[in-house]
Write a protein that binds this ligand. Structure first.
Ligand code: 2NL
Length: 350
């Protein structure tokens, strides 16, 4: 090889290599650190070769110089293109990694849901609202007058022993208590609203009960009250039949059996056909086909008199039942204590 063929040792080979497809291909798929190597070795080599070329004879310098420049331009452009590509890929990766998928966060961290008893309460409220009733609420700490006396139970009335009352140390002994039913709210409604009254009152009630599968000292009741002209026992029976069918389904019916409550006369217990055997008779309903749900009756005239409603002009009915029991029946819950055990595995089922 003569000096003319290769005026700067290795320059032709370097140029050929730099202009070869393999070289450009290598750049096009090089990772970031390999790009830097190419710059440090091949490009640097070409640059110093161009420097050395200055000593070469005129024609050769021009021709080879153009080749070197072309090779340098092509390689620089390829490196720049590859670098842009790598940078945008890197940005893509970090965006993806740092992205907050809010829908996923909501799906993973559950926000919880209403307790089964609250669901039952809401459903029962909706059902009565659909029948034209209003919903009212009232205090959970009551006076003896609202919880007992106004409801036709004067002090020392034997019927008071039906309720295991929790008294509050406030005022005279045994004068302030945790309401044993939601009836005091009905008394308050009758004191403040003139008839016609169509109202349901859901809420927490308290009794000095020892917890077992069917009792808790804190439970939930919903009571209904209707006061209007010409209200009959037939209206009461029809209302019970309408709401039990709506809550438990059209296959479920109701019946009334004579009973006693101090605030209603006549009084009845109402039963619904057993939702497990639909009235055929099974172990849950002791083969009777019926399950007791609550009590009801025509408002006692003494109650009307206590709140200033004229019993000669108005009549009415009232009913009351446990929301917890209702939910237990419909969802086959065998122990009321599940509701307050706070076991997420139980709660999540509903
Ligand atoms: C039961 C029985 C009942 C009432 C509640 C009531 C309220 C007023 C006047 C008359 Cl202000 N009655 N409420 C009537 C009959 C039965 O509940 O066993 N509940 C679980």
């Amino acid at each position: 090889m003569t000096e003319l063929d290769d005026p700067v040792p290795g320059i032709k080979a370097a140029v050929d290599a730099a202009r070869g497809q393999a070289f450009l291909k290598r750049i096009a798929s090089a990772p970031a650190d390999a790009l830097q190597d190419v710059e440090r070795t091949e490009l640097k080599g070409l640059l110093s070769a161009r420097q050395d070329l200055k000593a070469a004879p005129g024609e050769l310098k021009k021709e080879l110089g153009r080749s070197v420049n072309e090779a340098l331009a092509a390689a620089t452009a390829a490196i720049a293109a590859r670098r842009t590509e790598l940078e945008s890929a890197e940005r893509e990766t970090s965006l993806e990694a740092e992205r907050l998928d809010l829908t996923e966060v909501v799906g993973r961290v559950t926000r919880g849901h209403r307790h089964l008893v609250t669901q039952a309460r809401d459903e029962l409220e909706d059902l009565f609202v659909g029948m034209g009733y209003a919903v009212a609420e009232g205090p959970e700490v009551e006076t003896d007058w609202y919880n007992f006396e106004a409801l036709n139970m004067p002090p020392a009335h034997p019927a008071r022993s039906m309720w295991d009352t929790l008294y509050v140390r406030l005022g005279a002994p045994a004068s302030t208590l945790l309401r044993t039913h939601t009836s005091p709210v009905q008394i308050r409604v009758m004191q403040t609203e003139p008839p016609p009254i169509y109202v349901v009152i859901p809420g927490r009630c308290y009794r000095r009960d020892t917890p077992d599968a069917r009792h808790l000292p804190v439970f939930h009741q919903i009571e209904g009250l209707v006061v209007d002209r010409g209200i009959t026992f037939g209206d009461l029976a029809g209302t019970i039949e309408a709401f039990t069918g709506a809550y438990f389904g059209p296959a479920i019916h109701s019946r009334l059996r004579p009973s006693y409550f101090p605030f209603t006369e006549p009084s009845a217990e109402f039963e619904v056909s057993c939702i497990f055997c639909e009235g055929k008779g099974c172990r849950v309903c002791s083969q009777s086909g019926w399950i007791e749900l609550g009590g009801c009756g025509m408002v006692d005239p003494n109650v009307f008199t206590a709140v200033g409603v004229d019993p000669e002009e108005y009549s009415g009915f009232a009913f009351g039942f446990g929301i917890d029991r209702c939910a237990m029946m419909r969802h086959d819950v065998d122990d009321i204590r599940h509701f307050i055990a706070n076991d997420i595995r139980f709660l999540e089922q509903f």
